[in-house]
Design a protein around this ligand. Structure first.
Ligand code: F6P
Length: 554
């Protein structure tokens, strides 16, 4: 047992996961389920496809094509109860400091709370602060969008570059791509994240400095990549405009929790949009980090996005677990991760606008639940966060679906689709949706050797053309990809991650695992830059690589 610290009194008092009654029952039950085929489950229950569905706020979830029975569901729901999911949800919404390793509340739900709600952190209602920042963002966005906000030389802003990384990039870029249909088309948006100079160079290569606005987005305002890119951007701007320091004020705004560092960089804090330590980076796309989103789609659409988030927050907080979409989605992924040894989850949006959604979910899910110690500091003896990955359909079908259909690994899939397209073009949308339904059908039911033979396939070829089936999938079907729908979808996965983390008893809200690499890089930078041969004290491989790089760059 790790040494208890005072803050751990916040940790829920739950028995180790593998000692829970429901967990043990699930282990035994999983043995029975291994040989059960989805073909049988559907044949035995003609209404399964209608029964094992749930709907909330316009999101429809079909989870019937999972390798589960009513008994599986009963046990998974019992696991949620035994794990204290209900009190933990309540603790989050109450603003308790459930992020115990950083002693912080976890309140992304406050970012979309209506004005008249009250959520108290350290004795203060944070909801009015949230709306104050939203109003400031709206006023600024309107000025830029209308052309009233001009650059240093009096020209309106035409280009907006968000500089940020991780949660300060992935949310903004995903939302921009997802809601491009609603965006102001005469504004150009680019997103710079990588410390690789190519990212910045390519982002601005066709931009005029006098028409360009940089949003430096960083919760801490100390992140190496972001600060390096921000300094490069300032140099680029001053060069382009003719060296006026005063021009920075018209071309740079900041989104951060760190006013002191923003001022040190030279950005007027009047042009800073704040947020709070109770917003995790990967849960921040609907905070001021969404400034680029608001500039693109306008304040009204941004408010619709927030309403979408809030609708699923309310659903997660109040719906019984058996009809609770994020809870069901979370429990199903625990089922495959821990009882079927599934290593990954594929996210397959059949919606081109969601092309960056899988990348966004990678940070949300893996930075949150990629943990191997519990809240009490004990090492887990079960698998936690799976690898999330994916590509939009139908492109993935012509790339990696082969392995999902006929490979040796079990890959649970989430298919995401919309009934209506924002770009109706001939038969495209029916074809797209036909592919969604076909894929989930093929994965679940496959094709037996008898069926393959009956098609006249020669015996030697039959094994190659057989589809085992029994590959599980969820289908999430929504109306149309509006700002509200995007908010719902993101909140669905945020709370799915919360559900998983609660079951696995990990802290889904810290990210200590990113620290070591950052610290080592800080040590190596001067070793690469030093004029004289540095004295290296790494392992022989790292020393050798550094020497080789130094030699060859000369
Ligand atoms: O990679 C670690 C991390 O801290 C993420 O959690 C975060 O989203 C990202 O870096 C960027 O941090 P910041 O917004 O402080 O620049």
């Amino acid at each position: 047992m790790a040494t208890p610290v005072a803050e751990q009194t916040q940790a829920p008092r739950i028995a180790p996961l593998t000692n829970l009654k429901s967990w043990r029952a699930l282990q035994a039950h999983a043995q029975q389920m291994r040989g059960v085929h989805l073909r049988t489950l559907f044949a035995d229950d003609p209404k399964r496809g209608e029964r094992l569905t749930a709907e909330a706020a316009g999101l429809f979830l079909d989870y019937s094509k999972n390798r589960i029975t009513d008994e599986t569901l009963r046990l998974l729901l019992e696991l949620a109860e035994e794990s204290g999911l209900k009190p933990r949800i309540e603790a989050m919404f109450r603003g308790e400091k459930i992020n115990i390793t950083e002693k912080r509340a976890v309140l992304h739900v406050a970012l979309r709370a209506p004005k008249d709600e009250s959520i108290v952190v350290d004795g203060e209602n944070v909801v009015p602060q949230v709306h104050e920042v939203l109003d400031k963002m709206a006023a600024f966005s309107n000025r830029v969008r209308s052309g009233e906000w001009t650059g240093h030389t009096g020209k309106p802003i035409r280009n907006i570059v968000n500089i940020g990384i991780g949660g300060s990039d992935l949310g903004p870029v995903m939302a921009y791509e997802a809601l491009r249909h609603f965006s102001k088309r005469d504004l150009n948006f680019r997103f710079v994240s990588n410390v690789d100079g190519t990212d910045f160079a390519e982002a601005v290569h066709d931009f005029e400095a006098e028409e360009t606005l940089f949003i430096v987005s960083s919760k801490t305002f100390t992140t190496l990549e972001t600060m390096t890119n921000a300094h490069t951007a300032r140099t680029w701007l001053l060069k382009g405009i003719g060296g006026h320091q005063s021009s920075v004020a018209k071309h740079f705004v900041a989104v951060s929790t760190n006013a002191a560092e923003v001022a040190k960089f030279g950005i007027d804090t009047a042009n800073m949009f704040g947020f709070w330590d109770w917003v995790g980076g990967r849960y921040s796309m609907d905070s001021a980090i969404g400034l680029s989103t608001m500039l693109a789609i306008g304040p009204e659409n941004f408010h619709d996005l927030l309403e979408g988030f809030h609708a699923i927050d309310e659903h997660f907080r109040t719906a019984p677990f058996e009809r609770n979409l994020p809870v069901l989605l979370g429990l199903l992924s625990v089922w495959y991760t821990d009882f079927f040894d599934a290593q990954t989850v594929a996210i397959l949006p059949y919606e081109q606008y969601l092309k960056r959604f899988p990348a966004y979910l990678q940070q949300l899910t893996m930075e949150s639940n990629g943990k191997h110690v519990t809240l009490s500091g004990d090492t887990v003896n079960y698998a936690t966060g799976p690898v999330y990955w994916g590509e939009p359909g139908t492109n993935g079908q012509h790339s990696f679906y082969q392995l999902i259909h006929q490979g040796t690994r079990l890959i649970p899939c989430d298919f995401i689709a919309f009934v209506k397209t924002l770009n109706p073009l001939g038969r495209h949308h029916d074809m797209l949706l036909a592919n969604v339904f076909a894929q989930t059908e093929a994965l679940a039911f496959g094709k037996t050797p008898e069926q393959v033979k009956a098609e006249g396939t020669p015996d030697w070829l039959v094994p190659h053309r057989v589809f085992e089936g029994n590959r599980p999938s969820n289908t999430i079907l929504a109306g149309e990809l509006t700002p509200a729908a995007l908010g719902k979808l993101v909140a669905l996965y945020e709370h799915c991650v919360f559900t998983q983390g609660t079951i696995w008893q990990v802290n889904s809200f810290d990210q200590w695992g990113v620290e070591l690499g950052k610290a080592l890089a800080q040590r190596i930078i001067p070793e690469l830059e030093s004029e004289t041969e540095p004295k290296l004290a790494h392992d022989s491989s790292t020393n050798n690589l550094i020497r080789r790089y130094r030699k060859q760059k000369e």
